[in-house]
Design a binder for this molecule. Structure first.
Ligand code: XIL
Length: 490
């Protein structure tokens, strides 16, 4: 009798033992660094959508190994941080220095990156001799500067920020030396001069605080309309996008779209998202949400040609020097480790290698189990852990991948998101349904190898114990490459 019970218990225990052994094997495999799927970079994902993903570097950054490694791997557009500005390129009247800018162009060319020229006319980083000129000479000095610099870089830059930051927040033109000497006509004059020197470059006006609809962007919109009506070769508007965490304007997409509707390209040119230091994990999560939403806004506007981050990592960003008390504004930390904002931006671009940013719907099939990801009884109770179950085509097994990287399911008219419960980032965290809230624990990356990674945790969607039974629960687990972590959508 007792022996019989032990035998029964052993028989029952066997599958559990097998599952534990597999979990251990999974753990052992997980010690190896996860393979980076081909295409799992910002530039590859952006290129799959005919966009670019850029960064800014200065000459001094070129000597920093970790930073340039990230730049080479991730970005396909380069903006010189300072080296094409007037104080560097023409420090005294008529004497030009293109050496520093040329170095960055060479770095870009050697690494398959295009170049955004930045910038030709700006009140800042302007050498004193320009402001000291008699008013009657400013216009010709401006034209000579533009002609010489744009001719030097002709054929080497994709675009020029011809005019940088011409507006005040109230929408009036900055009363700089150019405006004082020439009046508002300096804008058209600068653009025409640049076009004559480099007819193939896209010519931009670039500014900050114009990302949402406000007095400044309204004024720029009127200026753009009137320049185009005069036949001035304005080609695009650069939205610098120096944000504070949690403050990305909700109407950024609509605002960029209205400029695109004028027949202009639009680009996010200097993206960063700063927080008060020391930053909290909540700040980093909010930053992930912010980066994803800016990427999404660009992808939603067909004439948005790309997104550039200002700098590569937090250690070399301009933010701490210019905004004391703030930092952590980029997608890489001070040790060049990617932050949640990186994974969120990548997921918003459509993830690694899939290249698709359109939504895809269908069953999410667990390859190892041969079953489907299923919301038990179609529950709409927040926190219900998902399971695998025989595929039957019901609404509780239909998952939609949104362009920003969420996986939604709609039951009884209620749409919920696949969610790493409690923002958990440890192996064993349950995966549940929860009302969609745009947070990083609801962003998922569908990788080329069939794994599905939680953007926040970096862990993989995993059928517990590699079970093949109906009702086997689904959790986060260290990515192993095993078949209980392989999924197909659609
Ligand atoms: C910044 C550079 O990153 C700094 O190194 C420099 O000291 C100041 O300028 N808007 C622009 C950029 O258009 O040129 C600025 O770059 C950041 C704000």
């Amino acid at each position: 009798m007792l022996l019989g019970r032990i035998r029964t218990a052993l028989r029952r225990a066997r599958p559990v033992v097998a599952a534990t052994a597999l979990a251990l094997a999974v753990g052992a495999l997980a010690a190896a660094p996860p393979a980076v799927a081909a295409g799992s970079t910002l530039k590859a994902a952006a290129e799959a959508d005919s966009r670019y993903f850029g960064t800014a570097l200065t000459d001094s950054d070129l000597a920093v190994g970790g930073e340039t490694a990230v730049a080479r791997a991730q970005f396909d557009m380069l903006t010189p941080g300072n080296e094409m500005k007037w104080d560097t390129t023409e420090p005294s009247n008529g004497s030009y220095n293109f050496g520093p800018g040329d170095q960055l162009v060479q770095f870009a060319q050697a690494n398959g990156m295009r170049v955004r020229g930045h910038n030709l006319v700006w009140q800042n980083q302007l050498p004193g001799w320009v402001s000291g000129l008699p008013q009657s000479q400013v216009r010709s000095a401006m034209e000579a500067h533009i002609t010489t610099e744009a001719t030097h870089y002709r054929g080497k830059v994709y675009a020029w920020d011809v005019i940088n930051e011409p507006l005040n927040d109230d929408g009036s033109l900055v009363s700089d030396v150019f405006y004082q000497a020439v009046g508002s006509g300096y804008l058209a004059d600068a653009l025409r001069t640049a076009h004559a020197a480099d007819p193939d470059a896209k010519l931009y006006i670039n500014d900050y605080n114009i990302e949402g609809q406000n007095a400044k962007s309204n004024a720029l919109y009127s200026i753009a309309q009137s320049l185009l009506a005069q036949g001035v070769p304005l080609g695009g508007i650069g939205f610098e996008s120096h944000f504070v965490v949690g403050q990305v304007p909700t109407d950024m997409q609509a605002n960029m779209q209205r400029f695109a509707n004028l027949g202009l390209d639009v680009a996010v040119t200097e993206l960063d998202d700063r927080a008060r230091t020391p930053v909290s994990s909540g700040d980093l999560q909010q930053q992930a949400t912010d980066y994803a939403s800016v990427v999404r806004d660009c992808l939603a506007v067909s004439r948005c040609v790309g997104v550039s981050q200002w700098g590569v990592d937090d250690a070399h960003s301009w933010i701490p020097g210019t905004f004391p008390g703030y930092g952590a504004a980029t997608m890489w930390d001070g040790n060049d480790q990617p932050k949640p904002s990186y994974t969120a931006a990548l997921a918003a671009l459509g993830g690694s290698g899939s290249g698709s940013t359109g939504s895809t719907s269908g069953a999410l099939r667990a390859v190892g189990a041969g079953k489907c990801l299923d919301v038990p009884n179609g529950s709409t109770v927040a926190g219900t852990q998902v399971q695998v179950y025989g595929c039957w085509g019901g609404a509780n097994q239909v998952w939609t991948r949104t362009s920003d990287g969420r996986l939604t399911v709609t039951d009884a008219g209620t749409t919920m998101c696949l969610d790493a419960y409690g923002q958990g980032t440890t192996a064993g965290t349950k995966v549940a349904v929860w009302p969609c809230n745009g947070q990083a624990n609801q962003l998922w990356r569908l990788n080329g190898d069939g794994s599905v990674t939680g953007v926040q945790s970096g862990l993989c969607l995993d059928v517990t114990g590699a079970s093949t039974a109906d009702g086997a629960l689904v959790q986060l687990w260290t990515c192993s490459g095993a078949s209980n972590q392989k999924w197909t959508l659609g």
